[in-house]
Design a protein around this ligand. Structure first.
Ligand code: ADP
Length: 380
């Protein structure tokens, strides 16, 4: 057990972390010091007086401040503020994703509602044999809606959404990654219900290599596995979702802890159609002249496209009339978007000359194969 740091030590650390330059900013920082330590302002004043030059403009306290306006709660006081600041949940408009915004993926959506949404909303019912598994792996080609689904879950369950990529975790804090992992899970527990969504999870939990022995990476992995285990064994409403397009690279121990492994496939024809509708037809300001037959043509010629490829194709097609008008010198006279020439099938045909599927056949085959071996839902 390490001894509790003295106030002086704590401030030394705060200074180096927040790089505070003025006393007034320090006063603000005091608000983020655990309340039980706040009484000793005299010591702080003395320390500030002694402190010499401190550089400006480093880390801000903004994330902590947003979530804990009255200062860090005592239960999280043992965590380092600079790590805490990095793992705070993201609240942005993108978390307002609803199920309707996700085209297709019916089987995955049903499974997720059953395994995450119902237990999260009615924890008193999902006990005993119905106790949910809380570790999930979403795998599939890039741009198929894995992140969208995670956001929709958080939205539906009014859960805090912790969204961090594996490269964020491994690059941000050299040597401190394992503590960052602990901090992440502790904060998620404190703010539950929570969804922890980690993209590119294969980079974090890849198969162990001999050269890794006792490296920071290995310690981080071990801590991650311990935390994952904890998520499943406790009554907390904290769910973990890892996303990857390379599930075959994931360590076996990690795979076992993510009990539900859901294949998120490429959109089928009706999902591709729905994405075109969302992107173009439902955009009230978008001038388009696309018949049902035209849509059918586009859908039929985009087999193998991911959801993200479809969205980019629509954008490309929508830009075509804008570019044409610009070439003709008409752009400056446009007052509002509906005045643009209408998007037609010809624009889609043009766009398709440059926009192709970003998913290779062989990658898709590998994913399907992995799904047959380890997946929780079937693939077509
Ligand atoms: P990933 O599977 O890589 O996490 P995302 O969920 O981030 O993919 O999707 C990227 C973008 O692609 C979305 O913002 C959306 O525009 C589009 N998209 C992908 N899949 C779908 C889908 N099933 N329904 C609607 N849009 C989708």
């Amino acid at each position: 057990m390490g001894e509790e740091p003295t106030l002086q030590e704590e401030f030394e650390r705060l200074f180096s972390v927040f790089q505070i330059s003025t006393k007034s900013v320090l006063q603000e920082a005091i608000g983020y010091i655990p309340s039980k330590k706040r009484g000793r302002h005299a010591d702080i004043g003395e320390f500030v007086g002694k402190k010499r030059k401190i550089t400006e403009n480093s880390l801000s306290l903004s994330n902590i401040k947003k979530h804990f306006p009255k200062g860090i709660p005592d239960e999280l006081a043992h965590l380092r503020p600079e790590l805490l600041d990095q793992v705070m949940p993201v609240f942005d408009h993108k978390t307002n994703v609803t199920w309707d915004a996700i085209a297709g993926l019916e089987e995955a959506k049903e499974k997720i509602k059953e395994c995450i949404v119902w237990p999260m909303l009615h924890p008193h019912l999902f006990r005993g044999v119905l106790t949910p598994s809380k570790g999930f792996l979403f795998f599939g080609p890039p741009g198929t809606g894995k992140t969208l689904i995670a956001k929709a879950i958080a939205n539906e369950c009014k859960a805090k959404f912790f969204n961090i990529t594996a490269s964020d975790l491994t690059s941000k804090m050299h040597g401190d990654t394992e503590k960052l992992v602990t901090t992440l899970f502790e904060v998620a527990r404190h703010l539950q219900p929570s969804i922890i969504f980690i993209d590119e999870i294969d980079a974090l939990l890849s198969k162990r290599t001999a050269t890794e022995a006792d490296s920071p990476m290995l310690r981080m992995k071990s801590e991650f596995l311990t935390q994952l285990e904890g998520v499943s064994s406790k009554d907390d409403r904290v769910y973990f979702i890892g996303a990857t397009n390379k599930p075959q690279n994931i360590d076996e121990a990690a795979r076992r802890r993510m009990h539900n492994r859901l294949f998120i496939p490429l959109p089928d024809a009706s999902a591709r159609r729905m994405i075109i509708e969302q992107e173009i037809l439902e955009d009230k300001e978008c001038n388009q002249n696309l018949s049902k037959e035209d849509l059918k043509w586009v859908v039929g010629n985009t087999k193998g496209f991911s959801g993200a490829d479809m969205a980019l194709l629509c954008k490309e097609a929508a830009y075509k009339p804008v570019r044409q008008m610009q070439l003709l010198g008409k752009l400056d006279n446009i007052k509002a978007r509906p005045e643009f020439d209408a998007i037609t099938l010809e624009h889609f045909k043009e766009a398709l000359k440059t926009r192709k599927s970003s998913v290779s056949e062989s990658d898709l085959e590998d994913l399907k194969k992995w799904n047959r071996l380890f997946g929780t839902i079937s693939s077509k």
